[in-house]
Design a protein around this ligand. Structure first.
Ligand code: GLP
Length: 241
């Protein structure tokens, strides 16, 4: 695991965006897995600017998103809308190459299978960008006694719903279920980049970096089994290291 401690949120975002832009340059048909949440917002803005400046070319790239809420239309809080607003509308990616689980599918179990088939059809899976939940969740793989390998329906913990309530009018509006890629899907990506910023992430980053044990009660610890993980944090998230 490579650890970069950056001065602030912008430097963290710049480092992550630069890694993605570098990978895109060496492989224009890059297959990426992307995350949502507050953490990657600036990374996406930087990638949009890089694309406008001719420093990043998404024309042959493909993206898969880690997760999507169940039951939301493509309104303000769906991850489909988030990705469109923050990245897809600002880079030259082909819309048909952007994949996000359809959380509004009438048959979510079938949707999980469809998403897995799409993932399986990729020639390669190159780079995955993820944030981290305060409880160590990756995507919506929440702490539990056993983790699912493939794309599945996840029940959000109360803590996660509370943390994500800031994007909604109230916690009651935060969906209880989501579709998320599982750890087998995540591990198929050759390179993983995890970003975290802010004091509230300091305890979980301390656990991720320092823990010698691996438990599904903190799903992020599984990343220690992957051979190519880069963790990029700002000063505040590094405060307890
Ligand atoms: C959310 C998302 C994750 C994200 C994490 C952290 O619930 N499902 O993909 O990485 O929680 O979110 P944030 O970046 O807003 O702290």
């Amino acid at each position: 695991m490579i650890l970069y401690r950056e001065d602030d949120y912008n430097a963290m975002s710049l480092r992550a965006a630069s890694i993605i832009a570098r990978e895109l340059k060496s492989n224009p048909a890059l297959t990426m897995c992307l995350a949502t949440g507050e953490t990657p917002e600036q990374t996406y803005r930087i990638l949009g600017n890089m694309c406008k400046a001719g420093d990043a070319n998404f024309s042959k790239a493909a993206t898969f998103n880690l997760d999507e809420y169940v039951g939301l239309d493509y309104g303000a809080n769906s991850y489909r809308t988030y990705m469109k607003n923050l990245l897809f509308d600002h880079v030259n990616i082909r819309p048909e190459n952007t994949h996000i689980p359809r959380g509004n599918s009438p048959d979510t179990a079938l949707e999980c299978l469809r998403y897995d088939r799409l993932l399986d059809s990729c020639q390669s899976r190159d780079i995955l960008l993820t944030g981290i939940g305060m409880n160590g969740h990756i995507g919506f793989n929440e702490p539990c006694s056993a983790l699912d390998g493939r794309t599945h329906i996840a029940r959000l913990s109360q803590g996660t719903r509370k943390a994500n309530a800031r994007f909604f009018d109230s916690i009651d509006q935060v969906p209880e279920l989501a579709i998320t890629m599982g750890f087998s899907d995540i591990f198929h990506f050759a390179k993983i980049v995890l970003i975290a910023n802010g004091r509230k992430k300091a305890p979980i980053i301390r656990e991720l970096v320092n823990s010698q044990k691996i438990t599904t009660q903190n799903p992020s610890l599984l990343l220690k089994l992957h051979r190519d993980v880069t963790v990029i944090i700002d000063k505040e998230a590094a405060e307890l290291l």
